[in-house]
Every structure is written in structure tokens, then in C-alpha cells.
Design a protein around this ligand. Structure first.
Ligand SMILES: [Zn+2]
Length: 139
């Protein structure tokens, strides 16, 4: 079993290559951010058990662990930034509907820190547009 001990450098490379291919795929087919996020989360899930098998004295292990924890949000944010022009249109549409709701009930609107979309109601803990956990989210 120990013949397949991965190094942190190898896994970092694998992560970068896989993430890039998902992002490139998403860009060329203009996928919704949620779809890209789902693929990245799946990759994250596959990488997690591999982290355990990296030798503890690997100098890049800490960097790898941090990367595995953060790359999903980082890639989705980068994708949102790339998408920006169409995103603005979406946000503006959402903003006007949110305003309607707000004037009626008088509650404050929680916005997604990644794309700026408003939370539709209290029960929603993830941005419905890009999947980023929203303020006060428990999941
Ligand atoms: Zn969002």
C-alpha cells in the first residue's frame, strides 16, 4: 500500500490541473457558478482522503491542506469575476425584486459576499446563484 504514497507537490499539481480543466470547461459552456462549484466540491472530496497519506514531514503539506480547504471558493470567485458583465444584469434583476420584498416586510437583506446576490428568505443558507455559504450559515 505504501508504494502509492503521494507527495504534496504531486497533489498540488493534480488539484491545479483538475480545477483548471473544470474552470475551462465551465467558461467554454458558460455554466452557472453552482454547476462549477459542484464539480470542485467533488474534487475536494476526492482529495481529502489523499491528504492523510501524504508523509507528515512533507514541506508542502501545510500549503496543500490550505489549498484543498480554500480552492473551491477561490475558483468560484474567480469565475464570478470573469462572468461579471452578465452577473450585473442578474444582480440588478434580483435587487429590484429584493427591494419589493423589503419595503413590504421591512427585513434587512443578506447579500452573497462572492457575487452580491440577495438571499431570498431566512431559510436559505447558501447563495442560490453561486453556492457560497451566506452570513450566519450553519451548513
Ligand atoms: Zn453568490
Amino acid at each position: 500500500m505504501s508504494s502509492t504514497t503521494p507527495s504534496a507537490a504531486n497533489l498540488l499539481e493534480l488539484l491545479a490541473a483538475q480545477a483548471r480543466s473544470f474552470v475551462d470547461g465551465a467558461r467554454s459552456s458558460r455554466s452557472p457558478p453552482l454547476e462549477l462549484r459542484a464539480k470542485l466540491v467533488e474534487l475536494q472530496r476526492e482529495l481529502q482522503p489523499m491528504l492523510e497519506r501524504v508523509p507528515k514531514d512533507d514541506v508542502l503539506l501545510e500549503l496543500l491542506e490550505r489549498r484543498v480547504l480554500t480552492f473551491v471558493d477561490a475558483e468560484v470567485r474567480a469565475y464570478l469575476a470573469w462572468q461579471k458583465p452578465s452577473l450585473r444584469i442578474f444582480q440588478n434583476a434580483l435587487r429590484s425584486t429584493a427591494k419589493h420584498a423589503q419595503t413590504k416586510v421591512g427585513i434587512s437583506t443578506v447579500r452573497c459576499t462572492a457575487c452580491g446576490a440577495a438571499r431570498e428568505n431566512e431559510a436559505v443558507h447558501r447563495c442560490q446563484y453561486c453556492g457560497t455559504p451566506l452570513l450566519g450559515a450553519t451548513t
